[in-house]
Design a protein around this ligand. Structure first.
Ligand SMILES: N#[N+]C[C@@H]1[C@@H](O)[C@H](O)[C@@H](O)[C@@H]2O[C@H]12
Length: 447
């Protein structure tokens, strides 16, 4: 890992959140329910029966949180817009109060010289659209483009970076194949069509933005290197299958205008013959790629694991986070350089990077989180190494600003730079917040 490099001038230092995970009050001011509101209120779906009903109370506390961001010295804040706040039925009537919340949030950020990066979709599809078929409906791309256009027109004078969809892979696989995320479906035929429609939705939003936008638009992908657990041909082949399943399934259509051939082998008869005209449309001229990086896969051949026949296993004695993910900063450098060598070296933002650990109890008004401090320093250093090797990396966003609703894990997994006390939603700085503030102030020098 490189030492002593500084990040290029203009490099963006940010933090990220998403609407359902931090805002709370999901039905306030005329908002319509999302699939995550419905899913979290379904018994047995979320650990401890937790919901986003209160979350971090960001909907009412956003000015307090913007002040925390300013104290850190953030130059940008990535957040998502809850589709159902703006369009309670997912289409048609605009809920002015819902839109006004985001206008106020953006203006508060700009008052503190913090650039908003807005994610249009971070998993909280309006329930009314799910009732029409959700992302399985071919019209979903049009629904999304129409929603996006409303936001572009309302905010593009103040928002200079847009992310269409956050982690389509999670939506398709966890939501429609494994059923552990909303809407809780378990159907391979559905999952592959949902992924295709999500990519079409991204392309339609890019096209819409190209016609009226003045800044930049991209997509945020969870990317993860896959390494074989042994030198055996079986494990190497398994790692290749899991690489196609997690990385190539998205990168290849977006950048090369084709799906990996391995997808038909992985999904068999569930994999349709998608129209080439649609795949051509998916290869869209987005301005940047968002990379959400957390870990790598350590992969062993295992026919019992569907649909890839490849098991992600724990590497013996490897350091892991509270999510069970290996701490592997070199994987970030590897992913960024792979984008350089295999996908045309696109402008990239690390739109999420961070870790959950079993934080200690607060003492003297602060939480000591040495493992998160080490994680951030190592991964930002790994990002710097990629820049030195020629990656076109433009910015870095920590996941997350606040401890928040960690989807099916509820509030048990804490990723925040600030601890949020569930009893009163008070914010308390962690040592990692101080560490990140220093990294920003020194522009990453010395990592
Ligand atoms: N798990 N985990 C943490 C984090 C999740 O909280 C975000 O919402 C997702 O975009 C991505 O999965 C990463």
């Amino acid at each position: 890992m490189s030492r002593g490099h500084a990040f290029p001038s203009g490099f963006i230092w940010g933090a990220a959140t998403s609407a359902y995970q931090v805002e709370g009050y999901p039905l306030a001011d005329g908002a319509g329910p999302s699939i995550w509101h419905r899913f979290a209120h379904t018994p047995g779906r979320v650990a401890g029966g937790a919901t986003g009903d209160l979350a971090c109370g960001h909907y009412h506390r956003f000015r307090e949180d913007v002040a925390l961001m300013a104290e850190l010295g953030l130059s940008a804040y990535r957040f998502s817009i809850a589709w159902g706040r703006v369009l309670p039925d997912g289409r048609g009537r605009v809920n002015r109060k819902g839109l006004d919340f985001y206008l106020r949030l953006v203006d508060a950020l700009l008052e503190h010289d913090i650039q908003p990066m807005v994610t249009l979709y971070h998993w909280d599809l309006p329930a009314a659209l799910q009732e029409r078929g959700g992302w399985l409906d071919p019209d979903s791309a049009v629904w999304f483009a129409d929603y996006a256009q409303i936001l572009f027109r309302a905010l593009d004078d103040r928002v200079q970076a847009w992310v269409t969809i956050n982690e389509p892979w999670v939506v398709a696989v966890l939501g429609h194949l494994e059923g552990v995320h909303a809407p809780g479906h378990r159907d391979a035929r559905e999952a592959v069509r949902v992924m295709h429609h999500l990519l079409l939705a991204h392309a339609e939003a890019c096209a819409t933005y190209g016609a009226l936008g003045r800044h930049q638009i991209g997509i945020a992908l969870n990317l993860e290197p896959q390494h074989p657990a042994s030198d055996s041909e079986a494990d190497r082949a398994a790692a290749d299958r899991r690489d196609a399943f997690i990385n190539g399934w998205l990168l290849d259509p977006l950048f090369h205008g084709r799906y990996p051939e391995a997808m038909a082998d992985i999904f068999g008869s569930a994999w349709p013959d998608f129209p080439s005209t649609e795949i051509d449309r998916i290869r869209c001229p987005a301005d940047f790629l968002g990379v959400n990086y957390y870990s790598r896969g350590w992969v062993r051949d295992d026919p019992a694991v569907q649909p890839t026949g490849a098991a992600r296993i724990e590497r013996p004695n490897a350091p892991v986070t509270a999510m069970g993910w290996e701490v592997y900063p070199r994987g970030l450098t590897e992913i960024l350089l792979r984008l350089k060598t295999q996908y045309g070296n696109p402008p990239v933002y690390i739109t999420e990077n961070g870790a959950a650990f079993e934080d200690s109890a607060p003492t003297a008004g602060r939480v000591e989180d040495p493992r998160r401090v080490a994680y951030l320093r190592e991964h930002i250093g790994a990002a710097g190494a990629a820049i030195q090797a020629g990656a076109d990396l433009r910015g870095y966003f920590v996941w997350s600003l606040l401890d928040n609703f960690e989807w099916a894990e509820g509030y048990a997994k804490r990723f925040g730079l600030f601890r949020v006390d569930p009893s009163d939603q008070s914010r308390l700085p962690k040592a990692s917040a101080e560490c990140y503030k220093d990294i920003i102030a020194s522009h990453g020098a010395g990592l």
